[in-house]
Design a protein around this ligand. Structure first.
Ligand code: 13P
Length: 254
């Protein structure tokens, strides 16, 4: 972390928890952790639990995010949700381009670019996920793959939008596998992402963007990850589903 950027701890619950589960989790975590002044906590429950999560938001520093959206404002898109609908129920962030969306549901860089732009247009901030698969890492293509994903997602965004974006670097081989990137491996890619943003815009914009790490983040590795200068937070799957482990992740380096 770097004191000039507010750290962000985000929970991606994927397809877990009903509205009832969400209310009890949110009540407990806010009671146990208290207000967060120096860090932001973002919870991304399934669509069906967003309204319930919003109703029980009490502590300062807590926000809600959706896990996906469509890029159009309305229309004949059966089963899809528009960004304005998410804003309307109180979302401040939307995850865009998670590797499960890219690989299981066939999302392309172009779709992700359109989603990121429409999330901004609706008054929210996209958390754009990028990351290489194992074969790409082993073939030495990590920087090419991640660089292209970042450039494509930012394509068409103004500097004012770009400095607000959140990028989540999630190496696909580290998601749900228990095999986390080492802090050095993560830092190397985070620094590269920041450099790429600097090349597209300028150094000031690059220095404002928050870059999260995701992929098997756990209570026992969070402090080492958060000690790296370009890691500004975490995007957590499995370990965000239990109050005790998520509380520890919120309280990194304390
Ligand atoms: P895990 O923390 O379960 O590896 O999941 C990471 C992730 O995909 C968060 O978006």
């Amino acid at each position: 972390m770097n004191p000039s950027r507010k750290p962000l701890v985000a929970a991606n619950w994927k397809m877990h928890k009903t509205p009832g589960d969400t209310v009890s989790f949110m009540d407990s975590i806010q009671k146990e952790t208290g207000p967060c002044e120096d860090r932001e906590v973002v919870i991304a429950p399934p669509f069906t639990a967003l309204a319930a999560a919003k109703q029980v938001l009490k502590q300062r520093g807590y926000k809600i995010s959706a896990q996906n959206c469509h890029w159009e404002e309305k229309g004949a898109f059966t089963g899809e949700i528009a960004p304005v609908m998410l804003r309307d129920i109180g979302c401040e962030y939307v995850l865009v381009g998670h590797s499960e969306r890219r690989h299981i549901f066939g999302e392309t860089d172009e779709m992700i670019r359109k989603k990121a732009a429409s999330v901004f247009k609706a008054g929210m901030v996209p958390i754009v996920c990028v990351g290489e698969v194992l074969d790409e890492r082993e073939a030495g293509k990590t920087f090419d793959v991640v660089g292209a994903q970042v450039s494509e997602a930012l394509n068409g965004l103004s500097a004012t939008q770009a400095e607000k974006i959140v990028i989540a670097y999630e190496p696909v081989w580290a998601i749900g596998t228990g095999r986390t990137a080492t802090p050095q491996q993560a830092q190397e890619v985070h620094a590269f992402i920041r450099e790429r943003i600097g090349a597209i815009y300028d150094k000031e914009v690059a220095n404002r963007v928050r870059i999260l790490y995701g992929g098997s983040v756990k209570p026992d590795n969070v402090d080492a990850l958060m000690s790296e200068p370009d890691i500004d937070g975490t995007l957590v799957g499995g370990a965000s589903l239990e109050v005790s482990s998520f509380k520890r992740l919120i309280q990194f380096l304390k």
